[in-house]
Design a protein around this ligand. Structure first.
Ligand code: HEC
Ligand code: HEC
Ligand code: HEC
Ligand code: HEC
Ligand code: HEC
Ligand code: HEC
Length: 413
């Protein structure tokens, strides 16, 4: 059985390879890079990248340029560090023309150590991929490199799995003394059995028919006239560039979503946090960014705001619009419900221009309320209600429907 041995060898090498990959991840670090990445993306990623200068310096090599104490002191409150006369702090501040990095007094020492661990690990992976792929992938980024490994691994696994299944099946037949069969022969045998059993066919047809009718009904309820609506905007603002490539957190701009009914559209003065310094784009050069400057009254030549300029708000065209009779609240869904923006708005971080992804019909709201479980863990508000519902419905799942999410008055004034 030479083939079996080959399979075994293949499996063993795949296993070793993957454990080597994982072992690399677990190398000793002073902090937790996974947590660090989370904090970095949420709080630093708007201005810093690991591998290139953005609003602030690249942080990939920060651990080689400063001591951990310095990084902690700087991150916690850089103004205080500068005031103490620290030379390095004053120098970097001057190098960046006095751009203000906010203070982060709420971050613990451990949090900052985690961020630094992430800046180190992010780099190591990049190096490993660049040198380990034997030139097959031209300098892929960290994420692309990992994806290729995962895809290769999965593909190899599938091939092996199918081969083993066919092998096992035929071996069983050989043991029983039956002739071995191909996939095609198997399926014609199935049709013959079905034809002999009319009842089976009838029931099968019924099930399919009911299923199709149900889909049709739900489809009708879900026909959204505005779905896909994608108007042209006054400034060529790209979510793919800001939220995708530059990984700016959605709520850095749409901070209203967490707190209230509306998810605000940011004002141009928020854009200026970065565009005071980022004065040219790679696609449109100065053309589109000048529209921001025209709105707030900023002079590109002097890098100063113009005195006494009357600001003109940018007139963004609204894309999502429920009729007045319906009530929708973002905080209820984003905060209490813990639902990702993308569940309702689709992959916004990949959109050059935003379009309406979901139908926004009543059927759409209701379907989700029927299916979605309420997150009752660590949710003080629901604890009491949860106990009552448990008594009523047994220990099964508690959907939004059960807490009253289908009552007309909840969504209609
Ligand atoms: C609003 C933009 C902004 C945010 C958000 C921000 N930074 Fe900065 N950071 C800067 C700027 C600008 C500088 C350059 C120094 C200066 O002008 O103050 C800087 C400098 C630094 C430096 C010194 C780099 C060097 O080369 O000496 C470190 C370290 C740093 N930031 C860490 C962080 C960390 C960690 C976070 C997140 C917790 C963060 N920054 C969030 C803008 C920002
Ligand atoms: C740098 C600021 C910024 C970031 C970050 C950002 N957005 Fe936006 N968003 C805007 C601006 C400005 C508009 C209005 C212009 C437009 O529609 O493109 C907008 C529009 C939208 C709209 C359409 C609103 C309407 O008119 O109905 C949605 C939905 C949206 N953003 C979701 C997201 C999501 C989800 C993310 C995170 C993946 C995100 N945004 C990140 C600035 C931002
Ligand atoms: C946290 C930082 C940040 C904020 C906030 C921000 N941007 Fe940007 N923006 C960038 C960066 C970085 C670039 C990329 C420059 C480049 O192409 O290299 C950019 C590029 C652009 C470009 C040029 C695109 C091109 O390729 O020519 C436009 C237009 C733009 N931003 C509009 C806006 C608007 C409008 C807002 C406010 C709603 C905004 N930005 C808020 C960081 C930011
Ligand atoms: C449960 C679905 C759902 C989730 C989750 C959700 N949205 Fe919305 N969003 C909507 C609906 C529905 C509207 C239209 C509201 C209206 O017209 O009153 C909307 C409208 C918007 C608008 C236009 C302004 C407004 O409030 O009317 C923006 C911007 C927006 N969403 C951004 C976000 C961001 C950012 C997140 C994540 C933090 C998010 N949304 C999460 C369903 C959702
Ligand atoms: C992706 C799933 C999803 C969609 C789509 C959705 N919801 Fe919800 N909704 C939830 C969840 C989950 C909760 C429970 C949040 C919580 O824990 O309070 C909720 C709660 C609510 C509540 C409060 C119900 C109560 O009894 O407290 C209202 C009102 C509501 N949604 C309105 C809407 C409207 C209007 C729409 C459509 C425009 C909509 N929802 C679309 C998931 C969704
Ligand atoms: C989870 C939220 C939700 C609940 C619960 C809900 N609706 Fe609606 N309803 C909506 C939304 C959103 C719209 C607007 C959708 C649209 O225009 O397609 C709407 C639209 C309507 C309309 C207008 C339809 C039209 O074509 O203009 C009527 C009538 C209506 N609902 C009746 C009801 C009744 C009666 C109930 C209770 C049995 C109910 N709704 C419960 C969200 C809800």
């Amino acid at each position: 059985m030479n083939k079996n041995r080959l399979f075994f060898l293949f499996f063993a090498s795949m296993f070793t390879l993957s454990s080597m990959l994982f072992a690399q991840d677990a190398a000793e670090l002073p902090g937790d890079p996974v947590n660090g990445k989370k904090i970095f993306n949420a709080q630093c990623g708007a201005c810093h990248k690991l591998d290139r200068r953005m609003v602030g310096p690249a942080l990939g090599d920060i651990s080689q340029r400063h001591s951990m104490e310095w990084i902690i002191a700087w991150t916690r409150n850089n103004a205080e560090l500068r005031a103490s006369g620290d030379r390095a702090a004053i120098a970097i501040f001057e190098e960046y023309n006095g751009a203000i990095m906010p203070a982060f007094p709420a971050l613990s020492d451990q949090d900052i150590m985690d961020i630094v661990a992430y800046t180190i690990e992010g780099d190591q992976k990049k190096v490993a991929v660049a040198s380990g792929d034997g030139g097959a992938v031209a300098s892929g980024t960290e994420d692309k490199g990992m994806n290729i490994w995962v895809i290769l691994g999965l593909a190899a696994f599938l091939v092996v799995l199918i081969a083993i299944l066919v092998k096992v099946k035929n071996t069983l037949k050989v043991i029983k003394g039956e002739p071995t069969s191909t996939l095609l022969e198997d399926s014609t045998a199935f049709t013959r059995v079905a034809v002999r059993n009319r009842k089976v066919i009838t029931i099968f047809t019924l099930v399919v028919a009911v299923f199709l009718l149900k889909e049709l009904y739900l489809g009708l309820m879900g026909v959204g006239l505005e779905q896909g609506y994608q108007p042209e905007q006054p400034i060529a603002f790209s979510h793919a560039l800001h939220a995708g490539e530059n990984q700016i957190d959605c709520q850095y701009c749409h901070y209203g979503a967490e707190k209230g009914k509306h998810s605000n559209i940011p004002s141009v003065s928020l854009c200026m946090n970065c565009h005071m310094y980022v004065q040219e784009g790679s696609k449109y050069g100065t053309e589109e960014i000048d529209k921001i400057y025209a709105a707030v009254g900023f002079d590109r030549e002097t890098s100063q705001y113009i005195d006494g300029y009357e600001q003109k708000p940018v007139k963004w065209v609204r894309i999502h619009n429920l009729p007045d009779l319906a009530y929708f609240n973002h905080a209820q869904h984003v905060n209490a419900g813990n639902i990702e923006c993308q569940t309702c708005h689709g992959p916004v971080q990949e959109m050059e221009e935003v379009y309406q992804y979901s139908p926004l019909t009543m059927g759409w709201c209701i379907n989700c309320h029927r299916e979605t479980e309420v997150d009752v863990k660590d949710n003080g508000y629901y604890e009491e209600m949860h106990e009552k519902l448990k008594a009523k419905h047994g220990d099964g799942k508690i959907t939004v429907e059960m807490i009253g999410g289908l009552e007309c008055g909840k969504c209609h004034y």
